[in-house]
Design a protein around this ligand. Sequence first.
Ligand code: ADP
Length: 509
Amino acid sequence: MAAHVIALDQGTTSTRAIVFDRAGEIVATSQREHEQILPRAGWVEHDATEIRDNTLWVLQHALDEAAIDVSDVAALGITNQRETVIVWDRATGEPIHNAIVWQDTRTQAKVDELARDGGTDRFADQTGLPLSTYSSASKIAWILDRVPGARERAGRGELLFGTPDTWLVWNLTGGTDGGAHVTDVTNASRTLLMDLRTLDWDDELCAVWDIPRQMLPEVRSSSEIVGAIAGGLPAAGVPIAGILGDQQAATFGQTAFEAGESKNTYGTGNFLIVGTGTEIVRSRNGLITTVAYRVADEPARYALEGSIAVTGSLVQWLRDNLGLIAESSDVERLAATVEDNGGAYFVPAFSGLFAPYWRPDARGALVGLTRFVNKGHIARAALESTAFQTRDVIDAVVEDTATALPELRVDGGMTRNDTLMQFQADVLGVTVVRPRITETTALGAAFAAGLATGVWADLDELRALWQEDRRWTPAMDEDQRERRYRVWRKAVSKSLDWTDADTEALDAG
Ligand code: ADP
């Protein structure tokens, strides 16, 4: 049987195709960046046709580099930037507007207006999400409001909506010539239009935004065949058999399938996902409830998700704003010049504090300073803030689920930093484990697609493929751990209540 699976990773800055073999090893990779279109402050767009063209390009190049025949590819899986909105014309295949990217905040006024009636939690029961500009719904509504005639055309079934997974599947399976208009449960769960229990679009929610249901894709499982790549395209004939949003794909690639299993991705910010099995757990601590994955007709698995805005980007800030280091990785050497943080604590609340504090009035604070503190201590405090913030979010998960984490699986750029990973284990009192293949996002999409096409028999077989690279076990005694964490919480308290009428007036100049 065909021995390879291709993952397409349609990310915020680039699109990649990675060819995996049956052992889950990378055989070939191809990548292409696309333009970040920033028409105004707070607006972020992508050209969906550029993304489509890049996808075909990376697909062809990855196949060429792997030097395998298409007959040796069992399936293709897709993972993607979540929430990003594309609306296109069913008849011509052309988008009617640039893609509006998840980071885009142009719809804040509409979100505020809706929140006046029932607060930001008014749809949390059905969707697991707070009302925010982040989700897809307000962005779809914006396009329907602004592009002349769009809402009427959508109502007549002439326009289609999709997140990037949907856009790519439709194009790859034939586009105007019978392309499949589908998404998966994980992507649908980020739109603010899907009911977590029924796993389908909710008419009431569609009515709130005045989004015609005809334009929404069919919601499918994360691991099942949804179509085949059309003739004339790279990898023609290969079934598309897996779709997962990026963070859910990383969790799947980490084989964190069961309740209590988790992954934490350390990038410019952090994304923590902890599985809750078939149970929909509502957070009392400001975490999002989301679909983790659904395999074929099995019940969906759910998860709690917490994100931290500033982690790796604080290292970049030390580099770019303070000039303390030349490269991000130099932070390791600088931090190693000292034994500990020297009493300094860095709360990077650059745009307020998110989960579990939810304090928009907070601002960054570097506290505990004495004459003793030097730049090594500041580097150290910056790294420690990533670990402390992770503990904040994990404590919230533990409180919501009333279950301790057995271990924490990690991936992302910052996990190369051994000092940080050891400190993370110490401050959590939980073992931290890094896999050998850290391309967990693409791997997860490949796993989902291969699972649906018989490349791998079941979740146990995938679990057996996951290989540990390194583990860090807690070495700090509990007294020390809790004492340091209490000081961190005190540092957080110093960052609160910062913005007020005076700071706003001064900011406004
Ligand atoms: P993303 O996918 O979010 O762009 P990556 O997973 O590539 O990010 O992670 C890059 C982040 O990790 C950057 O913010 C960078 O500053 C940080 N980083 C890279 N190397 C190190 C290191 N050795 N120690 C700490 N942080 C690092």
